[in-house]
Design a protein around this ligand. Structure first.
Ligand SMILES: O=P(O)(O)OC[C@H]1O[C@H](OP(=O)(O)OP(=O)(O)O)[C@H](O)[C@@H]1O
Ligand code: HPA
Length: 190
């Protein structure tokens, strides 16, 4: 299960971003290139663990949630909304702060409204900063978050998100050291 994802993660290079050990992987960085079979493996797996029946919109965050979220959209016919890092000044645009382990920025929500039933799909959860802020903003808007799915989880950020009443589905959980990536858990394995 998820063999391509696991083996590609083990081979990921790690660089320093300040104090942060940053792993570089096709799904989280688009580098060196994204194997469509890898994206398909991930999308097919997500579809086995997610009920898409009630989902109005798949929501992802620019940039690297897009390849997997788009594959899900193509496979299901469910539209995709991308949370962007630039404003459009449209009526109803909602702004939120994004803090990751290595960056700070602003995200902008457009195209969603009260009562929409959505799932969030992202490439990585690390500190949990992005997903926690996003879920809070969506709930304030009256958007119903049915599921939060991250392809890769690193460290303990997923524990923080649990404190907000969200049980994220993380396909592969890793530890990232200076020398490389170690796989800690695979969704569905116990
Ligand atoms: O759990 P956190 O510490 O918040 O980190 C996770 C976030 O970091 C990455 O986004 P990034 O802002 O680096 O953008 P990218 O997708 O453009 O690489 C990733 O796509 C997540 O959205
Ligand atoms: O270490 C990382 N690598 C790639 N994307 C990420 N998003 C959060 N942390 C990381």
């Amino acid at each position: 299960m998820l063999e391509r994802l696991k083996s590609s993660l083990i081979n990921s290079p790690v660089i320093k971003r300040g104090e942060y050990n940053y792993f570089i992987h096709p799904i989280s960085d688009g580098v060196p290139s994204i194997d469509p079979h890898l994206v398909e493996e991930i999308a097919d797996y997500i579809l086995t663990i997610t009920d898409m029946e009630k989902v109005d919109t798949i929501v992802t965050v620019e940039a690297m949630g897009i390849p997997v979220a788009n594959a899900l959209s193509l496979k299901t016919g469910v539209p995709l909304t991308i949370i962007r890092k630039r404003p459009y000044y449209l009526e109803g645009e909602v702004e939120l702060s994004q803090n990751t382990g290595y960056s700070k920025g602003v995200l902008y929500i457009n195209g969603l409204k009260k009562g929409d039933r959505i799932i969030i799909v992202d490439d990585v959860i690390s500190t949990g900063g992005t997903l926690i802020a996003l879920v809070k903003a969506l709930r304030n808007m009256g958007v119903e978050v049915l599921d939060v799915i991250s392809v890769i989880g690193r460290g303990t950020g997923y524990l923080q998100i649990k404190e907000h009443g969200i049980e994220p589905k993380i396909l592969v959980t890793i530890e990232v050291g200076e020398k490389g990536v170690e796989i800690k858990n695979v969704f569905g394995d116990k």
